[in-house]
Design a protein around this ligand. Sequence first.
Ligand SMILES: C[S@@+](CC[C@H](N)C(=O)[O-])C[C@H]1O[C@@H](n2cnc3c(N)ncnc32)[C@H](O)[C@@H]1O
Length: 231
Amino acid sequence: MCCNGILLFIGLFFFFAATIYILYQFYSYYIRCRCGNYGPFVSSYGKLKEDMLEESRQFLKKSKKKMKIIDLGCGSGALLLPLAKEFPEHEFIGLEWDIVPLTMGKVKAKMAGLTNIRFVKGDYMKESHADMDLILCYVHKVTGEPLGKKLAKEIKETAVVISEMFPLYHLEEVKQVQSSLLGIPEKYFVYKKPAVAKKTKAVAEKTTATKTKTAKKTTTAKTKIVKKSAK
Ligand SMILES: C[S@@+](CC[C@H](N)C(=O)[O-])C[C@H]1O[C@@H](n2cnc3c(N)ncnc32)[C@H](O)[C@@H]1O
């Protein structure tokens, strides 16, 4: 009887846990991520996660100055937490709009005693990523177009973007790396700011400088005329 009671309790526990998990996944995919237009909460794992971490490590190891690393849609911090632990000299930011994985990430970071990581609630399409050195993301195929366009415009020339599984557009591709997830071949993509965007920025800066110079010249000429007519 006692044994049956324990089995019933365990069965009920798993039943409720599974129901909550399914309801949450439904909410995450259909409501929060607008029918999958944005990637729902699925944690990075397996070989693909390890390869993403190794790629990030190689980049972070090269730098002597303090770096800013962001994970766009960080989930519960599967990528950021191990990196924050390994690189206490750098600053890590997890940006996530879903309170459930965000809270899980915060709790995990607190339990690990990490002080160089913060989890921020927000929409990565609305926040600026202009001052980031390394940008990680595991988004969705539909998001690759608008997010790539946004990043191409605003990231630093020295910044590196690593995208898990889905390509981003408008950025300059550095490389595609073959990896796998549960034995299925999957890739990750490495990008930097496109040369066209760099050129456009340089041209814009030159135009502004020329305009300022011309404006200064005009003002000086006008002052001279006013002084002459006053005499
Ligand atoms: C596929 S999961 C990746 C989680 C984590 N980066 C990892 O590798 O384990 C994508 C996450 O992005 C979040 N997300 C989707 N669109 C977002 C947006 N526009 N702003 C912030 N977070 C977003 C989802 O809630 C989800 O947790």
